[in-house]
Design a protein around this ligand. Structure first.
Ligand SMILES: NC(=O)c1ccc[n+]([C@@H]2O[C@H](COP(=O)([O-])OP(=O)(O)OC[C@H]3O[C@@H](n4cnc5c(N)ncnc54)[C@H](OP(=O)(O)O)[C@@H]3O)[C@@H](O)[C@H]2O)c1
Length: 259
């Protein structure tokens, strides 16, 4: 049980009453405010979920929590490396028994030509984009099964669907994450767990592209980058779908994208 779920004064015994407590969401892979992870947290906090804002950098997580609280929502930050089994377990322990939504958003791009690539670089790409998804997905279904269901969503990219020169490490690990998600969708549907995958097909109009690749952002222009709000709408749509009409996958791109 998250300590916050207890509303008695500190020191007195707390009896946890799941029916009365708030449903919880976990988003791992949260960075700056104008990034997909942060905006997912903000939107689902606005949907009355208590959000565990998880990622590697405390300051970024705390800033997201502050913005949620300023809007009247409920959230807490959890420093966790998605590639660590211990961190992932601890994160889910913290979420308590009311976990209804879990989103795996970690997955930074790892460009590079194969002939120049260190084995360790390739492996690290796979650890963040695929292995971490396995650790996260496994803990999510372990916690959601006893509850009779939940939603588990994974963030994909153009890389999830096709290989491209100079992106072999990223392409292969994102594609593996997608088939992992698809296998889980089939494996846990009968347990009431809705597993979904969102293909973000192009550059996000967020802080990452604007700060790391400003010339690229300028070249694409506002209409050539995918709006974060629209992407987040897709996650909300998937989470709200009734069991009689589940989608596994949504793809999101701008009207300018050649695909
Ligand atoms: N940006 C794009 O144009 C784009 C396009 C298509 C798909 N995507 C996908 O969208 C997702 C990210 O969205 P975003 O680019 O807007 O970034 P974001 O959600 O703002 O930030 C993602 C955060 O993930 C964190 N992270 C990286 N490795 C991690 C790990 N091992 N454990 C925990 N957290 C970790 C990073 O934390 P630190 O800040 O500590 O490094 C980063 O800030 C990724 O799955 C990516 O593949 C992005």
């Amino acid at each position: 049980m998250p300590p916050e779920a207890c509303n008695r004064p500190r020191g007195s015994e707390c009896v946890y009453t799941p029916a009365m407590s708030q449903n919880t969401a976990i988003v791992i892979g949260v960075g700056p405010d104008r990034g997909l992870g942060a905006q997912l947290c903000r939107r689902f906090a606005g949907e009355s979920l208590h959000v565990l804002v998880a990622g590697r950098t405390r300051e970024k997580l705390d800033a997201v929590v502050r913005s949620i609280e300023a809007d009247g929502g409920s959230a807490e930050s959890v420093v966790a490396d998605a590639t660590s089994e211990a961190d992932t377990r601890a994160l889910f322990d913290r979420a308590g028994e009311q976990l209804s939504l879990a989103i795996y958003n970690a997955g930074n791009n790892t460009p590079g030509r194969i002939e120049d690539m260190e084995a360790d670089y390739f492996e690290r790409s796979w650890r963040v984009c695929c292995f971490g998804g396995f650790l996260f997905g496994r803990e999510a279904v372990r916690r959601m099964k006893p509850r009779g269901g939940g939603t588990l969503l994974f963030t994909g990219a153009s890389a999830s669907l096709r290989g491209r020169a100079s992106f072999g490490a990223f392409n292969s690990s994102k594609a593996a994450l997608r088939t992992l998600a698809q296998a889980m969708a089939k494996e846990y549907a009968e347990d009431g767990i809705h597993v979904g995958h969102v293909v973000v097909d192009g550059a996000i109009a967020g802080e990452k592209i604007r700060t790391l690749l400003p010339q690229y952002a300028e070249q694409l222009g506002e209409e050539g980058m995918i709006g974060i709000e629209g992407i987040v709408d897709g996650y909300v749509f998937l989470h709200r779908q009734p069991r009689t009409a589940w989608s596994f996958e949504l793809d999101v791109r701008t009207s300018k994208e050649k695909w």
